[in-house]
Design a protein around this ligand. Structure first.
Ligand SMILES: Cc1cc2nc3c(=O)[nH]c(=O)nc-3n(C[C@H](O)[C@H](O)[C@H](O)COP(=O)(O)O)c2cc1C
Length: 386
């Protein structure tokens, strides 16, 4: 089921109709309706992440929903993240023994069972009372790599205890260097071996929906767990940030360093020159700059310039076939942002777990069709330009 604007609108309308008392008795129960219209009542019923999106949208209050859905300006970049997936077609292969599929990999010293990871997303208390702990417990089942946001509601130590698996820490730069040191030490002590510096935020993106609903948020219910115990305020953001931050981080943490938000070959080359350990192709899910460039379209030039550094990617990944395409174009792993939040808003921990297991099953399915038994068998030859 593709989530085109038309189909999404139709589904919302029909779901609204199904919810009216007048029609409730005449229409089949929502959970048994046509799959494209169905509203799963339990996480395990969800057939794809779009059904979980529909449940989350129905359940969450508008400020929470728009916190997730918000995009910069007119949404051209968030839409491009999806539409560029169609620029590539998958070349399937026949008569390969695909009875055993192995999606495991080694990434910056971590042994992972799957290249499907959880992107850093802050303030999850807005979405569910268990917040990042629910996401971490869901990740623990298959030991999906999770990246904890600087502005997570829960402190990184508690998330690490719940995740029981590989955990990286995402850092927003601050002009308060003592605060950055405090956050880095906290993440190291919690067991994170890699810090992900987000470099796409010299200013805040123009997210109009988020701004519109922000005054309705009950801030007394929110929490910034990683800042607790710090004597100063939670001041993040530094418009003066430049490449000198790499050397500063090297001097101030033993963690490996990944830069998140690289979308050009030029900046990937600079990552190599400055000796970072890896990078994430990301436009923050179309929430920062309205560039109109989808991340999958940026991936080839970044991989070509990255000199063998591990390249991860996020933005618009909703299907196993999307993940497959990124792997074929040279990404080592793929992070999910909003889909995990849809799962969280819909059903809490089981919802996030369902998102992860759906994407895993879809990836394994397309690997079987493509005759690729291991990740290293997925290559540019697996694709053709549309
Ligand atoms: C609600 C929300 C909050 C986010 N918070 C952060 C954050 O704290 N740090 C960060 O580096 N990226 C953050 N991101 C960006 C994600 O890490 C990721 O880049 C993006 O969501 C991927 O696109 P997708 O949502 O289409 O999967 C956030 C994204 C969303 C949707």
């Amino acid at each position: 089921m593709r989530d085109t604007p038309g189909s999404a609108g139709r589904r919302r309308l029909l779901q609204g109709l199904l919810g009216t008392p007048l029609l409730a008795g005449l229409w089949p129960a929502a959970g048994r309706a046509h799959p494209a219209l169905a509203i799963p009542e339990r996480a395990a019923q969800a057939l794809d992440v779009f059904q979980l999106k529909a449940v989350a949208q129905a359940k969450l209050a508008p400020p929470a929903w728009h916190f997730i859905a918000a995009h910069a300006d007119d949404g051209k970049t968030v839409a491009a993240n999806r539409s560029v997936m169609d620029d590539w077609l998958i070349r399937v292969r026949r008569l390969v023994d695909v009875s055993h599929i192995d999606t495991s990999l080694e990434l910056l010293g971590e042994r992972l069972a799957t290249p499907i990871c959880i992107a850093p997303v802050g303030n999850q208390l807005l979405i569910h009372p268990e917040a990042e702990l629910a996401s971490a417990r869901a990740a623990s089942r298959r030991r999906n790599l999770m990246i904890v946001s600087t502005v997570s509601s829960m402190p990184v130590e508690e998330i690490a205890a719940a995740a029981k698996g590989p955990l990286w820490f995402q850092l927003y730069a601050s002009r308060d260097t003592a605060l950055m040191r405090f956050l880095l030490q906290r993440a190291e002590r919690a067991g994170c071996r890699t810090v992900v510096l987000t470099v796409d935020s010299p200013t805040r993106g123009n997210r109009e929906a988020e701004r519109w609903f922000a005054p309705q948020i009950d801030r007394s219910r929110l929490r910034l767990g990683n800042f607790e115990g710090y004597p100063g305020g939670p001041r993040i953001g530094d418009p003066a940030l430049d490449w000198e931050i790499v050397a500063w981080l090297r001097d101030n943490t033993r963690m490996q360093l990944v830069l998140k938000g690289i979308v050009t070959g030029e900046d990937a080359e600079r990552c190599v020159r400055h000796g970072v350990d890896g990078l994430i192709v990301s436009n923050h899910g179309g929430r920062q700059e309205e560039s109109g460039r989808g991340t999958l379209a940026c991936l080839p030039e970044v991989v070509a310039a990255a000199g063998g550094l591990p390249v991860l990617i996020d933005g618009g990944f909703r299907r196993g076939t999307d993940v497959f395409k990124a792997l074929a174009l040279g990404a080592r792993a793929v992070c999910l942002g909003r889909p995990c939040l849809w799962g969280l808003g819909a059903f809490g921990q089981p919802g996030v777990a369902r998102v992860l297991s759906l994407l895993q099953a879809e990836l394994e399915r397309i690997m079987r069709f493509a005759g690729t038994r291991r990740l290293d068998e997925i290559s540019p030859a697996s694709l053709e330009r549309a």
